[in-house]
Ligand binder design. Structure first.
Ligand SMILES: *[C@@H]1O[C@H](CO)[C@@H](O)[C@H](O)[C@H]1NC(C)=O
Ligand SMILES: *[C@@H]1O[C@H](CO)[C@@H](O)[C@H](O)[C@H]1NC(C)=O
Length: 503
């Protein structure tokens, strides 16, 4: 080898590095960057008006409202099948009405200003296209826990329904108080005083479950006081959920707002969630998930996970959380995995997020342990990579505003931080970042910063290959001609409607 060779190689190496770097400087990662959606610097002064204030109101609003009754659709009222809304069980009338609506492709209608009590019930498909479920009034859960003996995990289930729509401005009320008192979380060793023995605690049902659904639209609904989770999308494909309101007390256990599991192509937008657990949780098997224009609080924030429980394999990819406002939540944007899992969560973007007095604004927790007994460290873990935090601002209720607690055996790779500023709530004291087993790069503002700061390394180039802008799945979605395509930005109508829903 000639003596110049090592020097020559070094020059080539440096040149390629600088090439990468130029590319990196010039090519914005995403169009929705800090410049397009600046966070209001004075937002602390703006009082949320009935939670209508979105930190990131887009400049252009596209009307997303469709009239609440599909045109030209046959309407089937539950009252015509014997529903009384008189405090007795209306399940049978609903079953009959569903059978009729489903077989004709009609709209089942739950009339306004009436409260119908339902025991656990499954509305099964397949149905004729354009079947709809229009809730104008209130559907309330049957109060006696004994009615759930057959299946403790579900109250209302929509199973295997395609090209289907649930809408109407009405309410699903899970009547959950009794369940919360019996929850394993509230009361792990429930004692029956009458019998003086310990009874096993009981898991509660999810209020509304969509399972095996295809081309589904769920819009303009309120979900309150669920027994456990409020709405779950499970094994669904092509879902648009918008203009939903979720309300449960801050201390109600396991009452996740919207839960996404094994679901592909789902957009959740313009929704206002205040509850006792995660506002939105996204778990294994989920792909192409967009969560936009969400207000969250109280609650545990927006979570990916938990993943990898009981040594399970997790797969989550292509998740975008864009424009969210979190107020007084225990977490902001969180990824949580258990020790001992496997698989991955990757291609995840958290963009344009306002935090107001959030306890853990940015957190990756790969030592998640939500059980009575301690969890021991294990060799395997869920691999986290290609995660972007961009334009995230606001205040932290705790000193640790950024926590990357990644697995020792499977460190986090390609974590990208851009324009993140998290200051202490109240302005006194300071914030810190704790960063374990994480490889990250930052650009723009980054405060508080991990120490020591990262070294620029070759994987920046890899990171640039992330492309979550592929919206072709959204364009393909069509629910009986009723599906809106696009971001579903909050329109003025949307604002008014949201206010109505909240009152
Ligand atoms: C901020 O959050 C903390 C802890 O959740 C709470 O104790 C405090 O009252 C909150 N401060 C404000 C100004 O809301
Ligand atoms: C977007 O996704 C579709 C289907 O998954 C694929 O065929 C297409 O090539 C992708 N487009 C880009 C620009 O990546």
């Amino acid at each position: 080898m000639s003596p110049q060779r090592p020097l020559f190689s070094l020059i080539i190496f440096l040149a390629s590095l600088s090439l990468c770097f130029c590319y990196y400087m010039e090519e914005p990662l995403d169009q929705t960057n800090a410049e397009r959606y600046p966070v209001h610097h004075n937002w602390r002064l703006i009082k949320p008006k009935h939670h209508q204030h979105f930190g990131f109101m887009p400049r252009t609003s596209r009307a997303t409202w469709t009239s609440s009754r599909p045109h030209g659709t046959v309407v089937v009222s539950v009252d015509d099948y014997g529903a009384k809304a008189d405090g007795r069980d209306d399940s049978e009338a609903f079953e009959k009405a569903w059978h009729d609506a489903c077989s004709r492709g009609a709209a089942l209608v739950v009339p306004q200003n009436r409260i119908y009590l339902l025991k656990p019930i499954t509305f099964s498909g397949p149905c004729q296209p354009n079947t709809a479920f229009m809730v104008h009034g209130t559907i309330k859960a049957w109060p006696q826990i004994s009615a759930y003996e057959q299946d403790r995990l579900h109250w209302i289930v929509f199973d295997s329904v395609s090209n289907f729509r649930v809408d109407g401005g009405g309410t699903f009320n899970g009547n959950g108080k009794k369940w919360w008192q019996n929850s394993c979380k509230t009361n792990p060793n429930l004692v029956s005083h009458a019998l003086l023995i310990k009874l096993p605690c009981k898991d509660g049902p999810t209020a509304v479950t969509f399972t095996g659904c295809n081309n589904l639209r769920v819009a303009n609904l309120r979900f309150i006081d669920a027994q456990q989770m409020h709405v779950t999308f499970q094994k669904c494909f092509n879902v648009i959920a918008s203009n939903l309101v979720v309300r449960a007390p801050e201390n109600s256990p396991n009452t996740d707002g919207i839960h996404v599991s094994e679901t592909q192509n789902i957009q959740i937008s313009n929704s206002d969630i205040g509850t006792g657990d995660d506002c939105v949780s996204i778990v294994s098997g989920s792909q192409n998930v967009r969560v936009t224009d969400i207000t969250c609080g109280p609650g545990h924030g927006i979570s990916i996970g938990s993943l990898g429980a009981d040594n399970s394999e997790a797969e989550v990819s292509n998740v975008v959380v864009n424009r969210a406002t979190l107020t007084g939540t225990t977490n902001g944007v969180r990824i949580k995995t258990w020790q001992g899992g496997s698989g991955y969560a990757r291609n995840i973007k958290f963009l344009n997020i306002a935090m107001q007095n959030v306890t853990n604004p940015i957190i990756i927790d790969q030592y998640y342990c939500d059980q009575q007994t301690p969890c021991r460290e294990q060799k395997s873990g869920v691999q986290l990579s290609k995660v972007l935090y961009q334009n995230i601002r606001g205040t932290s209720a705790s000193e640790v505003a950024i926590k990357f607690d990644c697995s020792r055996t499977v460190p986090c790779r390609e974590i990208y931080v851009q324009d993140v500023i998290l200051e202490p709530e109240g302005g006194s004291g300071g914030t810190i970042a704790t960063c374990e087993n994480v490889r990250y790069v930052n650009r723009g503002k980054f405060f508080p910063q991990c120490s020591p700061p990262p070294r620029i390394s070759m994987w920046i180039a890899d990171f640039m290959s992330i492309d979550l802008r592929n919206d072709s799945w959204l364009q393909r979605m069509d629910v009986g001609g009723l599906m809106d395509v696009g971001e579903g930005f909050l329109s003025m109508d949307g604002c008014r409607r949201k206010k109505e829903l909240l009152e």
